[in-house]
Design a protein around this ligand. Structure first.
Ligand SMILES: [Zn+2]
Length: 91
């Protein structure tokens, strides 16, 4: 992924943040500049918290896709029992 930085890995899924996220932070600073440092800090905390919520939402998509992919694999082969992990992931 170009122009992005790896933040880490959760449940085997690599997390990246794109360089344009810095534009959002710069915009937040620009918007709150006249209200002072506390306002900038508060807006930054809000923005990073919102980012974390979006990351959790996207992880939900990725984990759901992974769970259904496992189920699809087991359904494609009649007679093969689903793996215990697939059942737990779909519960
Ligand atoms: Zn979504």
């Amino acid at each position: 992924m170009r122009a992005s930085w790896r933040l880490g890995r959760i449940a085997g899924i690599d997390l990246y943040v794109h360089a344009t996220f810095l534009l959002l932070l710069a915009w937040v600073v620009f918007q709150e500049y006249s209200r002072g440092l506390a306002a900038i800090g508060g807006a930054m905390v809000y923005t990073v918290a919102l980012f974390a919520i979006v990351v959790m939402h996207e992880l939900g998509h990725a984990l759901t896709a992974r769970a259904f992919a496992r189920r699809a694999e087991s359904d494609e082969r009649p007679g093969r029992r689903p793996t215990p992990n697939a059942g737990r992931a779909l519960a």
